[in-house]
Design a protein around this ligand. Sequence first.
Ligand SMILES: Nc1ncnc2c1ncn2[C@@H]1O[C@H](COP(=O)(O)OP(=O)(O)OP(=O)(O)O)[C@@H](O)[C@H]1O
Ligand SMILES: [Mg+2]
Length: 250
Amino acid sequence: MKNILSVKDLCRSYERNDIKTEALHDVSFELKYGEILGIVGTSGSGKSTLLRLISGLEAPDAGSVVFDGRELGQKRALADKRDIQMIFQDAGASFHPRRTIASSINDAFQSLMGKGAVLDLDSLCIEVGLNSCLARRYPGSLSGGQCQRFAIARAIASSPRVLLCDEITSALDVSSQAQILELLSSLRAETGMSMIFVSHDIAVVSTLCDRIAVMRGGDIVEQGNTKSIISAPRNEYTKELIASVMEVKH
Ligand SMILES: Nc1ncnc2c1ncn2[C@@H]1O[C@H](COP(=O)(O)OP(=O)(O)OP(=O)(O)O)[C@@H](O)[C@H]1O
Ligand SMILES: [Mg+2]
């Protein structure tokens, strides 16, 4: 299988109050066509930074993002923005509080597809398993799970080829979390979309992802297919992550 995305030696540091944090240090990995890659690691390990660099929201200090064989610069063409979409943890906050969900989704769609582009909101709602009547509401009157489904709807409206998911189930209860994982899985099956699914929870990641990369302190310390990472982790930190999940379960 070929790669839709490859990330090479990405570096990013931040400076605040004269303190420099190296958020990413020479991070490299590949995402194959139709693959779901999970990225796990504790808070501050650089997961969100990595997704922001891939999406073009921020520029790396060094390194490259190659999409479909082309290196992407910081200033992205509209077609590349359509192709790489990102979803965040706090879906409610990602919608304008005083606009209906339908009008927010429509605005996002038109900014990517051009003014006058017609959105088939009913089909989009069916795709994410929601009644389209709910789209007439304001985000504050929806549940977290419903908001997150609408955030997924907004992200897939432009038919992206890569979906970047940053802790999108972390604020949800267990059953909404399972439904979102199922939704992503069926979207991949129907569209062949590739995804990067970021979470601090290795148990969640292992149910959805084909491969897993483990991050710590701005580095990928281990990556491989999900079965082998879970059954035979090589890195000490990965072993700790897996053991902590086992402790919670017992
Ligand atoms: N805009 C910023 N300014 C200063 N430091 C930042 C900024 N963004 C990230 N950092 C720092 O970079 C490091 C990586 O942050 P990042 O948000 O990528 O981690 P994360 O793995 O997503 O954590 P979490 O699981 O809590 O979301 C942290 O030490 C963080 O404090
Ligand atoms: Mg984060």
